[in-house]
Design a protein around this ligand. Structure first.
Ligand SMILES: Nc1nc2c(c(=O)[nH]1)N[C@H]1C(S)=C(S)[C@@H](COP(=O)(O)O)O[C@H]1N2
Ligand SMILES: [Mo]
Length: 234
C-alpha cells in the first residue's frame, strides 16, 4: 500500500452521518441515513480502489479549465483560480462502484452542480447532462435532475485532502445517488443536451441511469464485455 492508500484506509466502522450533523455546512446524502447503507449486491471496501477505463490523464492546475456549454443561457469557462473563488459546499456520502465495492462515509468538498448551472442558466429544452473527462474523450450521461441533486458536486477535496490524479484530481464530478461511473474523474466539461448521449460505459452495456438501490447495473440484463465482477483484494 502506498502512503495515499494507507491514509485512505478505513480502520473502523464506516463514518456515520451524525459525525457531521452538527456542522451545519455539511450536506448529508440521504442514503447515508439508511440502516443498511450497502446496496444490494455490493460489499463494503475499507480501501479506496482506483478504477477507470483508460489512462490517468496529465492535468495540472495551471492548464486546467472547466467548461459549461450546450443548452445553457451563458457558456462558462473557469480556470483554476476562478474555480477556487466560487462558493464551496461539503457533502458526506457513500460511493458505490458497479463492480460491487462500496466506500462508505466520504467527505467531499467543492462546488455544487446546482450553483454552477444556476450561473450558466438552464435552457428549458435541456434534459440530460454529458460530463466530459480529460481521458481520451471519455463521457458519461445522466438525467439533468440527477446531476442537480442537492448532494452532487464538482469535488477537489476528499476527507480533507486534495483529490490526487489517480482519483480524478484536480477536479471530479460526484453524484452520490448513482453508481460511481456517473461521477466523472478529471472533469473537463459539462454539456447540457435535449437528447440523451450514452457515454463510455453506457455504450459498453452499463445501465443508462445506474441507480444502485435498484441494482441498475446493466442495460437489458446483459453483462458488458470484459466484466470481471469484484476485483481482488478488496
Ligand atoms: N473520466 C473518467 N471518470 C470516471 C471513470 C473513467 O474511466 N473516466 N471511471 C468511473 C468508474 S467506473 C468509477 S468506479 C469511478 C472510480 O473512482 P475512483 O477511481 O476514484 O475510485 O470513477 C468513474 N469516473
Ligand atoms: Mo465503477
Amino acid at each position: 500500500m502506498n502512503e495515499h492508500d494507507r491514509e485512505k484506509y478505513q480502520k473502523e466502522h464506516p463514518p456515520a452521518p451524525h459525525h457531521h450533523a452538527e456542522a451545519e455546512d455539511v450536506i448529508i446524502s440521504r442514503d447515508t441515513h439508511r440502516e443498511n447503507r450497502i446496496p444490494p449486491g455490493q460489499t463494503r471496501t475499507k480501501k479506496w480502489p482506483v478504477l477507470h477505463a483508460t489512462i490517468v490523464p496529465e492535468v495540472n492546475k495551471e492548464t486546467w479549465s472547466l467548461q459549461v456549454f450546450g443548452l445553457v443561457e451563458r457558456e462558462l469557462t473557469f480556470n483554476w483560480e476562478e474555480f477556487q473563488a466560487l462558493p464551496r459546499v461539503k457533502v458526506f456520502s457513500d460511493f458505490h462502484c458497479v463492480t460491487q465495492w462500496s466506500r462508505l462515509g466520504n467527505l467531499w468538498e467543492g462546488v455544487s452542480t446546482r450553483y454552477l448551472l444556476q450561473q450558466a442558466g438552464i435552457q428549458p429544452e435541456a434534459r440530460f447532462v454529458i460530463c466530459h473527462g480529460y481521458d481520451n474523450g471519455w463521457t458519461t450521461n445522466l438525467p439533468l435532475e440527477s446531476f442537480l441533486s442537492e448532494d452532487a458536486l464538482l469535488a477537489d477535496m476528499h476527507d480533507g485532502r486534495e483529490i490526487n490524479a489517480d482519483h480524478g484530481g484536480p477536479v471530479r464530478g460526484i453524484v452520490p445517488l448513482l453508481y460511481a461511473w456517473k461521477s466523472a474523474k478529471w472533469i473537463k466539461a459539462i454539456e447540457l443536451s435535449a437528447t440523451d448521449q450514452p457515454g463510455y460505459w453506457e455504450q459498453s452495456g452499463y445501465h443508462n441511469v445506474g441507480d444502485p438501490w435498484k441494482e441498475q447495473r446493466f442495460g437489458d440484463g446483459q453483462l458488458p464485455p470484459g466484466w470481471t465482477g469484484v476485483p481482488e483484494g478488496i
